[in-house]
Design a protein around this ligand. Structure first.
Ligand code: RUB
Length: 306
C-alpha cells in the first residue's frame, strides 16, 4: 500500500488540497493500488480494496468529494480480479476525465453571471471558483478580484499567484477586512467542500462571513461546485463533519506552551446556510440551493447515500 499511503499522507498534510484535487488524487491512487493486487484471489482483493478505501477516506473528514470519488472508483460487479481491476480502472478514468471537464463547464456556465466591470470577491483557493473567474476574463470581460488571505493556511496566497499569472488585477485582503470591503464588490464566488441536501454550503472557514456580509450589502453569492461535491449521506440525516486542525497552524507551539490557560480552536471549515446562497454552478447547470436534492438524485445517484 506504499503509493496509496503516500497519497493518503499528502492529503492529510495538505500537500494535496482542495476538494477537487483530493478527489482526483484518491481515485488515481485507488486505481493504482487495485492494479498492484492482481495476483490475489477476489475475496482477498475486495478486503484490501475496502481497507485502502478507508485509508483514503479517513485522511480528511469534510470534503465529500473524497468519499464520493472513492465510492465511484471502487465499485465493481466482477467475478474475478482481472475484470475487477478493469472496471475500477475504467471508473477512475471516467471520474478523472469528468472532473477535468466539469471544471471547464463550470467556468463556461458561471462566466455568464459575470459582467464587464465586475469586482469579484473570493475566499481560500478553489479551482472551480477560479475557473469561472478566469473564463470570464478570457472572454474579454474587464474584471478584478478581491481575494482573502484565508488564515491560518493562507491559501489566498495560492489564489493571488494564480490570478496574477493569468493577468487578472487582484487585491489581497486579510480575512477581517471582508465586511468593510464588501461595498466595493459586485458578487462573491467561492468553491465547495460539501453541499448538503438542504442546500447548505460547507467550505473554508470564513466563507459564511463573506456570505453574511454579501447579504447585508445585497450582493450575490455564487458557489462553484462539481456535482460530486454534493453529499448524498446528508439525505439520511448525517451531518458533514467539520475538520479540526492542529493549533500549530495558528500559533507557535512554544508560545502556546508558555500560556497554560490558553487553548486554540482551529476549525478548518464552516457552514453557510442555503438562504445566503443565490446560485450553485455545477457542470450540469446552475441551481438554486433548494434544488440540492435533485442534483443528488439525478446526477450522483441515491445509492451513494449508503
Ligand atoms: C479548500 C477549500 C476550497 C474547496 C473547493 O480547503 O475550502 O474552497 O475545497 O476547492 P483546503 P476546489 O485548502 O483546506 O483543502 O474548487 O479546488 O475543489
Amino acid at each position: 500500500m506504499d503509493d496509496l499511503n503516500t497519497t493518503a499522507e499528502k492529503i492529510r498534510t495538505m500537500d494535496i488540497r482542495g476538494a477537487g484535487r483530493i478527489a482526483v488524487a484518491a481515485s488515481a491512487a485507488l486505481r493504482d493500488y487495485a492494479m498492484s493486487l492482481k495476483s490475489l484471489p477476489l475475496s482477498e482483493f475486495n478486503i484490501k480494496l475496502e481497507e485502502a478505501a478507508k485509508t483514503l477516506v479517513d485522511t480528511r473528514p469534510t470534503a465529500v468529494s473524497l468519499p464520493n470519488a472513492v465510492a465511484l472508483t471502487k465499485r465493481h460487479n466482477a467475478t474475478n480480479v482481472y475484470d475487477a481491476i478493469d472496471e475500477i480502472s475504467k471508473n477512475a478514468e471516467k471520474f478523472i476525465t469528468n472532473a477535468g471537464e466539469a471544471l471547464e463547464k463550470i467556468g463556461m456556465i458561471g462566466a455568464q453571471r459575470i459582467h464587464d466591470g465586475d469586482v469579484i470577491m473570493t475566499h481560500c483557493n478553489s479551482h472551480a471558483a477560479l475557473s469561472i473567474i478566469k473564463t470570464a476574463f478570457d472572454q474579454g470581460k474587464d474584471i478584478s478580484v478581491i481575494a482573502t488571505e484565508s488564515r491560518p493556511r493562507r491559501q489566498g496566497l495560492i489564489t493571488i499567484r494564480e490570478l496574477n499569472d493569468h493577468g487578472i488585477p487582484t487585491t489581497l485582503i486579510v480575512d477581517s477586512a471582508v465586511r468593510l470591503t464588501m461595498k466595493e464588490v459586485d458578487l462573491v464566488v467561492v468553491g465547495a467542500d460539501s453541499i448538503s441536501v438542504n442546500g447548505a454550503l460547507i467550505n473554508k472557514i470564513g466563507t459564511s462571513q463573506l456570505a453574511m456580509a454579501a447579504q447585508e450589502a445585497r450582493r450575490n453569492v455564487i458557489v462553484a461546485a462539481e456535482t460530486y461535491k454534493f453529499s448524498p449521506r446528508t439525505l439520511l440525516g448525517e451531518m458533514v463533519e467539520i475538520e479540526d486542525r492542529s493549533s500549530d497552524e495558528v500559533i507557535d507551539a512554544e508560545i502556546l506552551r508558555e500560556l497554560p490557560n490558553v487553548k486554540v480552536k482551529n476549525p478548518a471549515f464552516d457552514v453557510t446556510p442555503a438562504e445566503y446562497i443565490d446560485l450553485i454552478i455545477t457542470e450540469v447547470g446552475a441551481f438554486p440551493p433548494s434544488m440540492a436534492f435533485t442534483v443528488i438524485k439525478d446526477y450522483l445517484g441515491l445509492e451513494l447515500a449508503v
